[in-house]
Unconditional design. Sequence first.
Length: 282
Amino acid sequence: MRLANARGRACLVVGGRSIDLERRSGGRFSADPMQALARWDELLDWASGLPAGEGEAPLDEASLGPCVPRPQKVIGIGLNYRDHALEAGLPIPKEPLVFTKFPNCLAGPRAPVPLPSDRVDFEVELVVAIGRRGRAIPEARAWEFAAGLCVGQDISDRRLQFQGQPPQFSLGKSADGFGPIGPALVSLDEVRERDALRLTCDVAGERMQDGSTRDMIFGVAELLAYLSRHLTLEPGDLVFTGTPRGTGAVRKPPRYLAPGQEIASEIEGLGWLLNRCVSPPG
């Protein structure tokens, strides 16, 4: 099952076509994507009974907003790929490095990315959406608490992030438009190799990042278990799980985003984002 947000309404994506969830279910499910997540197991069961080719209309990708539009928490994990830690010249973390992206940063898979400074960076990431409430989750059962996966970009204003001490990780990564996700939330039964997914990022047509989630220092199950030891994970919470090597700030010379460039982010089996960089309003 692939859950998307088309003009604020929950829809299922089937073979490039969409099904309005509220209308197709006769009101059983709400048009609110967050309500769909709150009833994820029930929705999966209902959607499994839909015949193949049930799409109502062609999917208008330009209409898509963030597939999870209003999470309680958006959690980021820093320095979670070995090759990224090595290129940055930093030691491998002994436990996850956790920060917050404020929910206002979330944007759709085709949304523009405003650039408030000349040092805005790109980071393609696997994003996990929580489907069941959990605290102190055993690592062996952690995947049971995930609703699905999507592609994400952890856009970061490095000038703001590192302008003082300690660094402003959360603020530097939370400007409006700094968290494109989508194009849809893909249920786990559609993801064959969920611990070994290839993820890539192209900027202005040039391949900048090319990695695999198998190179994570802390895998998804370990992250969910760790986080849930310290806080309760709620349906709809998002976890940005880190980025592989190739980000702009650690290149020699650095490569930051510029207005007019397009960021193409893809994870195998999950789809892709295409976000154009623009000057900030005003």
